[in-house]
Write a protein that binds this ligand. Structure first.
Ligand SMILES: Cc1ncc(COP(=O)(O)O)c(C=O)c1O
Length: 390
């Protein structure tokens, strides 16, 4: 099994940087704002807590996460919450707990299919509705699956499936007795308020995962939470937690409890970050559209998914390699997300364009006109140049 496609592309970008070559780093789905000082304080204060904690997570974190979901219309008890070292680990524990073949949207985030394979399960990708993202088309779900993954909002497309689509997929899951895993890590980075979780339509069979890697840019701190429905799934996932990570990093949990409690300064920080991502992401999408690409307008976070078939010819992985080697433009080909080899869709990740240093990122966050900052304007101009040269 190959190294995760996103991590591999990130490595190439870093190598080019070290060699002093120009890069437009748009392959790695990393958030681009500094850690909020309140979180740094909370982490430092808890630094002395060096003993193992409870496997399911610190009571304070489980309670804060329960409150986070309850405020979003999903009443949650702390006992339903499992914390882990990132939502990726919790997705793995969830797929293990469900224990069977997995239905995924096509395209979908790189790790679901790989995790299913690691667990010895088959995964089948099912086409999404055109211009939506993250939810398998209900009519195409195979009969032998046990789990259905949804990504809301979606990576790679940057789109949010409609309430009707989510409802239909939930009904299908109920008919076929599937457990839904709803990956909602980008929920707080959507550009407007509309959002439905499958946990509203099918609460009895939906596991929801989220984390602070995107909204508060804490990817490297490795912390996530999952919300389980009633029944045996929680205990099965807890077994994975106990045997693989024992407990999430204790000091990080203290900071994460604060993150999920959402005091006003953190809430407005997430709002500011979201507005910044939105400005940059929509500007990048515009550049692609102007160059002749076909792209559905992103609705969340820092991704878009243009179709470049009007601009380039050949196989997508080869084109991605050429864009990186000849122009320093790092994109991921749709094939990394399960697209057919003849698809010329590419995932564009714009979270890193906020700046290269914390100082630049802070300035971008505070700026009334971030697109005019030299490093962001420069990246946009360079993108226009590269696309113009294709
Ligand atoms: C759709 C999706 N789910 C989950 C993750 C993993 O997040 P975490 O850092 O919580 O493991 C990512 C990160 O790129 C993601 O894009």
């Amino acid at each position: 099994m190959a190294v995760s496609a996103t991590l591999a592309a990130h490595q190439v970008v870093e190598e080019r940087r070290r060699a002093g070559l120009p890069v437009l780093p748009m392959s790695f789905g990393q958030a681009g704002v500094p850690v909020h000082p309140l979180l740094l304080e909370a982490l430092a204060e808890a630094g002395g807590r060096n003993g193992y904690g409870p496997v399911a997570g610190d009571p304070a974190l489980r309670e804060a996460a329960a409150g986070y979901w309850t405020r979003r219309g999903l009443p949650t008890e702390p006992e339903q919450v499992l914390a882990g070292p990132g939502s990726k680990a919790l997705l793995y524990a969830s797929l293990h707990a469900i224990g069977g073949n997995v239905v995924l949207p096509r395209p979908s985030w790189v790790s679901y299919a790989q995790q299913a394979a690691l667990l010895g399960h088959e995964s089948r990708q099912v086409l999404i509705h055109p211009d939506e993202g993250g939810v398998p088309n209900a009519g195409l779900v195979p009969p032998d699956a046990r789990a259905m993954v949804m990504t809301l909002p979606d990576n790679p497309t940057g789109r949010i499936a409609s309430a009707d689509t989510v409802r239909a997929a939930c009904e299908e899951a109920r008919d076929k007795d599937l457990v839904i895993v709803s990956d909602e890590i980008y929920r707080d980075l959507r550009y407007d308020d509309e959002f439905v979780s499958p946990a509203q339509f099918a609460p009895e069979r939906t596991i929801v995962t989220t984390g602070l890697s995107k909204s508060l840019a804490l990817g490297g701190w490795r912390i996530g939470v999952a919300r389980f429905p009633e029944g045996p799934l929680f205990d099965r996932a807890l077994t994975v937690a106990g045997e693989l990570w024992s407990c999430p990093t204790v000091p990080v949990q203290a900071a994460a409890a604060l993150g999920f409690a959402e005091p006003d300064p953190l809430k407005s920080y997430v709002d500011k970050a979201r507005r910044l991502y939105q400005r940059i992401n929509l500007a990048v999408t515009d550049r692609f559209t102007t160059a002749g690409a076909v792209v559905a307008k992103p609705q969340a976070a820092f991704y878009s998914y243009p179709d470049l078939s009007q601009l380039v010819e050949g196989a997508a992985p080869e084109i991605a390699r050429r864009l990186l080697e000849e122009h320093g433009l790092a994109l991921l080909p749709g094939t990394a997300f399960g697209e057919a080899p003849d698809s010329l869709r590419f995932r564009v990740a714009t979270g890193q364009l906020t700046g290269e240093t914390d100082e630049q990122r802070r300035e971008a966050l505070e700026s009334a006109d971030p697109l005019a900052l030299p490093w962001i304007a420069g990246a946009l101009d360079r993108l226009t140049e590269i696309l113009g040269a294709l």
